[in-house]
Design a protein around this ligand. Structure first.
Ligand SMILES: C[S@@+](CC[C@H](N)C(=O)[O-])C[C@H]1O[C@@H](n2cnc3c(N)ncnc32)[C@H](O)[C@@H]1O
Length: 254
């Protein structure tokens, strides 16, 4: 039976395209995992994907763009406390620290190898950074510990029930939760995007994960449904465009 918008007990059956997804959109998703999420993939493949993400983030200035979006949300806070979840390579946290003279950044990821690599680099000894392992679905911090939580290019990794948990946890520990992720285009355009990515996905681990990311990306209506499922008091503002990342700003009504 198709997922219905009223069914709040079985959020995991919601399509990535949202409760109102078209038939074609419902076909454009997968349960297949990215290399980054698999235990049967060797570390060098994962390192290759994370390295490519960092390189593209620097080359296309995504790290700068993401840091600017985050810092804009704490522009009124003198010494903002920022938690980055799913930091991967730490490039966005590094940019946050470079672009704000007094921000404190807690740099985290679920993957212990990524955390160890980040801690062994410059962020490990940065006076305004702390590097820790952390699960975005069960944040190890007291309520209101941060001004902002940032989760960039990672939200689609999580199935709906866990994704909803990120809304609950992020808005519990911070005033504002900022999710930046791949946009989910309307189905015909999505099909076109996938077709252009597929040849590279057969040979490049980064492109392989890119195709799966695209199939697992959440639509605006799915994002609203996830936030509502987490807590109806969570207010969500969405900003997106076809070539822009999907930006989600979530806050609890206080
Ligand atoms: C595609 S990478 C994104 C890296 C980086 N944020 C960026 O902007 O390039 C996704 C990251 O999410 C992390 N991740 C997956 N599930 C997570 C979870 N439940 N909690 C925290 N991080 C998670 C992965 O370990 C991986 O490092």
């Amino acid at each position: 039976m198709a997922y219905m918008a009223t069914d709040s007990t079985d959020i995991d059956r919601m399509p990535r395209g949202g409760p109102d997804a078209s038939c074609l959109d419902r076909l454009l998703e997968t349960d297949r995992l990215e290399y980054l999420d698999r235990d049967d993939v060797d570390d060098s493949t994962k390192r290759q994907v994370i390295g490519a993400l960092d390189w593209t983030g620097r080359f296309f200035k995504n790290h700068q763009r993401f840091a600017a979006i985050a810092l804009d949300l704490v522009a009124d806070v003198p010494d903002p406390r920022i938690l980055e979840l799913g930091a991967g390579h730490g490039g966005v946290s590094r940019q946050l620290l470079a672009d704000h003279p007094s921000a404190h950044v807690t740099v985290t990821d679920l993957d212990p190898e990524s955390v160890a690599r980040i801690a062994a680099g410059d962020l490990g000894s940065h006076p305004r950074a702390e590097v820790r392992q952390m699960d975005a679905t069960a944040i190890d911090a007291a309520d209101g510990s941060y001004d902002l939580v940032l989760f960039a290019l990672s939200f689609h990794h999580l199935p709906p029930a866990q994704a909803a948990q990120v809304f609950a946890e992020g808005t519990r520990v911070a005033d504002t939760l900022l999710i930046i992720d791949l946009p989910r285009p309307p189905a015909p355009l999505h099909l076109l995007r996938l077709a252009t990515m597929l040849p590279a996905a057969l040979v490049l681990p980064f492109a392989h994960d890119g195709v799966i990311s695209s199939l697992r990306s959440y639509s605006p209506s799915a994002l609203r449904a996830l936030a509502r499922h987490a807590d109806p008091s969570i207010e969500v503002t969405l900003r997106n465009g076809l070539s822009l990342p999907q930006i989600v700003i979530a806050r609890r009504a206080r």
